[in-house]
Every structure is written in structure tokens, then in C-alpha cells.
Design a binder for this molecule. Sequence first.
Ligand SMILES: [Zn+2]
Length: 314
Amino acid sequence: MPAIEALGHGIHAIDTGFVRPYFDASHLVVERGRAAFVDVGTNFSVPGLLAALPAVGLASDAVDYVIVTHVHLDHAGGAGEMMRLLPQAKLVVHPRGARHMIDPRRLWAGASAVYGEEVMLRNYGTLVPVDPTRVIEAPDGFTLELGGRPLLFLDTPGHARHHFCIWDEASRSMFTGDTFGLAYRELASERGRFVMPTTTPVQFEPEALVASIDRLVGYQPQAMLLTHYSRVTEVERLADELRHQISELATLGRAVDGTPDRAARLRQGVRELVNGWVRDHGTPLPQLAIDAVLDVDIELNAQGLESWLDRDKR
Ligand SMILES: [Zn+2]
């Protein structure tokens, strides 16, 4: 049974078990006995997520919607398998992501180019296609009713162009996927939670990401619900940190662009920036433990900055 946390207003955070404990969350929203998952981890997360339903008093046919904030595989890799096992549910996805859920071959090939085929199979398993008649595309401003509770979809490019966030007026909270960055619990300090942006390949756009963050903050949320990992408050402070960090990453990218050892300089530069942010935050962990939490994200952020710089030239 995965770790399940009740966050109030019928919202639960469920650990998908991907990578390590409290790395990757799925959120379950329940209203009048009807339920929706927001992000579902990978194929290997699905049994745990389905086991969480009876644990919170629901039958599996209570799930009306499987919502994916974007189609990156730590959020949507399990969506097809989930839909196979929940035959009454509809999949809700950004219009730019829908075709990748219906035919996941391109998604698979794209992710394989980043991670390699062997790692892909081990981490994600084989992606299951979703019947197009069960897919709801949610453009900007789209409202979904879950048991009568409105969920508002906001187009939020910057991390990915197929990313939306979901405003839940009932709890005054925002499901942010990866748009509001990563806030691993291990890195919290006396100052509160540590946050940093994720610039993973291949659609990072710094200006768009800051605009999306500004738009989210404009709703004056009481909390942001991040996929990595779950509920944060102090929305204004965290948004300020993200804006500053995104600007530093973009400045680094532009400074080393055109140099022959750009890739190595980016890796080194991202590592120095991230370590500086963690140090300034006062995270009381030894460097080795901090590295264990952030090594993969530092590598992916460096790769994502490279694809941004290359795309900018085309
Ligand atoms: Zn992502």
C-alpha cells in the first residue's frame, strides 16, 4: 500500500513509488463519491493507486477522470494502463498531448533519446495506448465538473508546451504538475520548503515559464499541489525563488552558449547554481545526501537547457 495523505477538501496525495519515497505524487480528488486522479506516475504505480481507492472508501468505478498535467512519463506513463483497468473513466489531457496518449510511440522514442531504451523499459514498462473516444482535450479555460465541483484548466507552457495546471476553487489550490517546480521534502529547512525549477528536455522556455508562474500566483492560491512532492504553501515566497532561479539558469545558458565545451560547462554551472540555492536555503543535510536527492535533476536540467539553446537558434 502506498503512502496516502489526506490534505483536506477531499484531496489525497498518494506516493506513486517512482524513483524513491516522496519523489512522485498522484493526487486523488473526491467530491460526492466521484473521483479523479491528477497525474498517475508510471505503469508500475498503477496497482498502488488502485489499491488506494478502497483505502479512502471508494470503489474503482467511482473514478470518472484520469487527468495528466502533461505527458512526461513520471506523470502520464501509467495513464494507458490506468484507463485499461478503469473502463468507465475518461482521460483529460492538454490538446497538444492528446495524440501522444492515443499513440505513445513518438513519446516513447522521444524519452528513449533522453534516457536510453533499457532504462525506459525498466523504469516505465511498455506504454498502453488510450482509445481516442475516451480522451477529453482540455484547452485553456476548460471547466470539468467532478461530482459538481468545478476544476478549471489553465494552459501553462514553459516546462512543456503540452502542460496545463488545474485550479480547484473549492480548496483554493492549484495542481501544478511541473510548472511550479520541484519541492522535495528532504531539502526543507527552518525557512520552509525548498523549491527549484525543472527545465527537463525538450520544451523549456524561460519567459513562458515565468509568465505561467505569474498566472498561477494570480489566482491567490492557499496551496500549490506539486507532483514532486505535493502540498506547499508560502506561494509568494516560492514563486519569487522560482523566478530568480529561472533567470539564473537562462543567464547561465546564454553565457556558455557557443563555447566548445558547452555541455560540460552547463552541467558544472547548473550544479553550482543548485548547490548555492540549497546552501542559501539552509538545508541541514550533508552534501552527499543533497547530491543523492538532486543528481538526476541537475543532469536533466542541464540537458534541457541545451535543447532550449539549440531550439532558440532554429
Ligand atoms: Zn515534466
